[in-house]
Design a binder for this molecule. Structure first.
Ligand code: 3HC
Length: 295
């Protein structure tokens, strides 16, 4: 196993999480290739990353030069084969087991280095299921980031019974030493540590709205002013994406069978209606009409 520092990274998926992961990798001096399957999705992903870099400049966290250097370290592709020489690939596509397992089977074929780390940003799908979709399950691991990725300092590191110790050490060192994130370990159980605690809380807030216990605004105000949370649970559910909250809750309910993980009807209706939160401009709140690729 090589102990070479990871400097060639691939990111599969450039939605809000994938774009954030690609951005922090590029800002940390890595050479990054971002994969999306179509030109439109590539353009949207590129727009997301560039507008977040702009935000870094306007908030004084990045200089113009650092923004240009980070942008120069990013390349985009619609051909997965372009990830062949990567030392670490992080998958951040939709929270769907069939889609993710298919990607891991392909990555396993494409990524040449047997010591490369194949990581998933899944929140709720067993890393073991992704590992067993490959011929080399020892290089598969969970690296779970938090939204907005450039702002939140945590990464959950999730190993399986088959993850090679060297892969774990390499992934942890990348997240901590290269990206500057704080790393915690979690068992390979649906939701890991953060979502196992967070999702029942978000679902409880949605049930409160459903039963007219209080209003959306007052529930959020309660947690911001009463518990000093940076944002209330309904605004946070909008930020995460209600489709993602539902997908995580479905998986957790499937694994644990506890009613507290069962997605409430209001969540199902909102997802059905396409009102899935900030990324589309509507959720529990209305946001300014968002253009694809803009914040
Ligand atoms: N990209 C880059 N920087 C961003 C950003 C983004 N998308 N969003 C915010 N920032 C920066 C801003 O530039 C600002 O920087 P500054 O303080 O230097 O000016 C700073 O973050 C604070 O942003 P704002 O002043 O615009 O807004 P707020 O103070 O309201 O903070 C927030 C916004 C950072 C989103 C804060 O409300 C927050 O941390 N909320 C909680 C988010 C959270 O809990 N995320 C976890 C979700 S769970 C998850 O992701 C797991 C998944 O599996 C579901």
């Amino acid at each position: 196993m090589t102990s070479q520092k990871i400097c060639r990274v691939g990111v599969v998926g450039a939605g809000q999480m994938g774009a954030g992961i690609a951005e922090v990798c590029a800002r940390a001096q890595a050479d990054v290739i971002v994969y999306e399957p179509t030109r439109d999705l590539v353009a949207a992903g590129r727009g997301r990353i560039l507008s977040s870099l702009d935000r870094g400049v306007s908030s004084g966290k990045l200089t113009e030069r650092e923004r240009e250097q980070a942008a120069d370290r990013l390349r985009f592709t619609s051909d997965l084969e372009d990830l062949a020489d990567r030392q670490l690939v992080c998958e951040a596509v939709v929270e769907d087991e069939a889609v993710k397992t298919a990607i891991f089977t392909e990555l396993d074929r494409v990524v040449v280095d047997p010591d490369a780390v194949l990581a998933s940003n899944t929140s709720s799908i067993a890393i073991m299921k992704l590992a067993t979709a490959t011929r080399n399950p020892g290089r598969v691991i969970g690296l779970h980031f938090f939204n907005p990725v450039p702002v939140l300092p945590l990464v959950e590191l999730v190993t399986t019974l088959m993850t090679a110790p060297e892969v774990t050490a390499r992934a942890e060192s990348f997240a901590h030493d290269v990206l500057g994130k704080q790393v915690i370990r979690s068992a390979d159980r649906s939701g890991f540590v953060v979502n196992a605690l967070l999702v029942p809380y978000l679902l409880s807030a949605i049930r409160m709205v459903e039963s007219a216990f209080s209003t959306v605004e007052d529930i959020d105000k309660a947690m911001v002013l009463g518990c000093a949370h940076p944002m209330g649970p309904l605004k946070l559910a909008d930020l995460v994406g209600l489709d993602t909250v539902k997908a995580i809750a479905d998986k957790m309910y499937e694994e644990f069978g506890e009613p507290l993980y069962s997605p409430p009807p209001l969540l199902l209706s909102m997802v059905e209606a396409g009102r899935v939160g900030k990324k589309v401009g509507h959720g529990f709140y209305d946001y300014d009409r968002l253009l694809v690729g803009k914040k």
